[in-house]
Design a protein around this ligand. Structure first.
Ligand code: PLP
Length: 423
């Protein structure tokens, strides 16, 4: 096994990992439904491959969509060319967003989709001859990706990116959104007061709607979004939602912001867009934003950005099929059913090591007081038959929509048994 592990670690540089420590990545041999065969053992995947896998692995309809497109063509540049899958997907996303969000800029990952949103929001004001509006309002506990612009709008102190703080563009950070009515009122008041003084410097407010995911699983209520929309309108700044993690029904509506009464000016989605098969992201803007770039005979107002693999036809074909499956089979409802089972199974469970348990849509989280108490949780879960991992002070599940009730109950059992077995 040692020799085999050397082969797995000799040339690959693994993400988020101190490879000098004990480290033994598992080999994926097969994947089917919500199950992964890892080093010869079938286990239930409780985290959807970084929250991207929506339907499960090796899904026949998605496989067919991919095969159909691969026999036509796998890739073409979008500069000066276009193809049916991109046209159809852009239409489908605009229809789902409804109202004014109707322009889609494709890229290849969530982080790049965020870079696009940041640049669009800043250039929007340049094009309107208000170039001083170039900073963003951001929130603690936020995580928007690992590229430089995305890091600059993610929590600057309490995050894995903090060492880069000195070289990042400086934005303005406010406390993570709270659902407590008094704290919330106070938080929004602070943003209001700040914007009253500084709106000439602010391009946009950016946040993950309803669930701040990788920055600490902070959940908050939809009225917060409506309040931010009011503030954005009042002080003439744009509003950007990062739905890279929350999109595609995971919180119980197609996009999380659909639980609010209002909408953003720019929305970014990725991860589950292709059902978790291939990298693809979309930055969707309102007509208002698009019109600031649309000017005959003014090339400097154009948006100068174009990732080589933006709108890849294979990825777009998958996304069309994935969205079709999610809407026809009412995945929002499926995630609400998952929510109910998670609530029944997790809420109310107590243990001296546990600080708090929370559930939102298809996301179930146990937070502990001490990070070190979840060392070894991944291996424990694997030995009990599930692929789950902890990070920081959290263990969590965020399974694919098609997980069976028995599989979900097994995951919940493993999360709880981990603590009970420590006694
Ligand atoms: C909310 C959010 N935004 C952006 C990203 C970055 O996406 P990607 O890893 O596809 O670059 C992530 C990744 O976890 C995310 O959770």
């Amino acid at each position: 096994m040692k020799q085999e592990n050397n082969r797995r670690t000799e040339h690959i540089w693994y993400p988020y990992t101190q490879m000098g420590d004990d480290f033994a990545p598992k080999l994926v041999e097969e994947a089917k439904g919500v199950n992964l065969k890892l080093d010869g053992q079938w286990v239930i995947d409780g985290i959807s491959s970084w929250w991207s896998v929506l339907h499960g692995y090796n899904h026949h309809s998605l496989n067919d969509a991919l095969k159909f497109q691969i026999d036509k063509f796998s890739h073409v540049m979008i500069g000066g060319l276009i193809h049916e899958p991109a046209i159809e997907l852009a239409k489908s996303l605009s229809t789902i967003c409804g109202r004014s969000l109707n322009r889609v800029f494709f890229s290849d990952s969530g982080s790049v989709g965020i870079e696009v949103a940041i640049k669009l929001s800043i250039q929007y004001w340049m094009n309107k001859k208000q170039a001083t509006k170039s900073k963003l309002i951001c929130f603690k506990k936020s995580y928007h990706g690992d590229t430089t612009g995305a890091m600059s709008i993610s929590d600057p102190e309490d995050s894995m990116h903090h060492i880069f703080s000195p070289i990042l563009m400086k934005h303005h950070f406010f406390d993570a959104p709270s659902s407590d009515p008094d704290i919330k009122r106070d938080q929004l008041k602070k943003i209001d007061v700040f914007l009253s003084k500084k709106h000439d410097e602010i391009a946009a407010i950016v946040l993950e709607p309803l669930v701040q995911c990788a920055g600490g699983f902070n959940f908050f209520t939809p009225d917060y979004l409506d309040e931010l929309r009011n503030l954005a309108d009042k002080h003439d700044v744009l509003l950007i939602y990062d739905e890279v993690a929350t999109g595609f029904c995971r919180t119980g509506t197609f996009f999380a912001y659909h639980q609010s009464k209002t909408e953003p000016d720019i929305l970014v989605c990725g991860k589950g867009l292709t059902g978790g098969y291939l990298g693809l992201a979309a930055t969707i803007t309102s007509d208002k934003v698009f019109r600031a770039f649309y000017a005959k005979g003014e090339p400097e107002k154009a948006f100068m950005h174009g990732p080589t693999f933006m709108g890849n036809p294979l990825a777009c074909s998958l996304a069309i099929k994935s969205i079709d499956l999610a809407t026809k089979n009412n995945y929002s409802q499926k995630f609400l059913e998952i929510q109910k089972i998670l609530e029944e199974g997790l809420l109310g469970f107590t243990h001296p090591l546990i600080k708090r348990i929370r559930v939102k849509g298809g996301i179930g989280v146990i937070e502990v007081y001490n990070k070190s108490d979840i060392d070894g949780f991944g291996e424990y879960a694997f030995n009990k038959g599930a692929w789950l991992r902890g990070f920081e002070s959290f263990i969590y599940t965020m399974p694919p929509a098609l997980i069976k009730e028995s599989e979900l109950r097994k995951i919940i059992g493993i999360m709880k048994d981990y603590f009970l077995d420590k006694n």
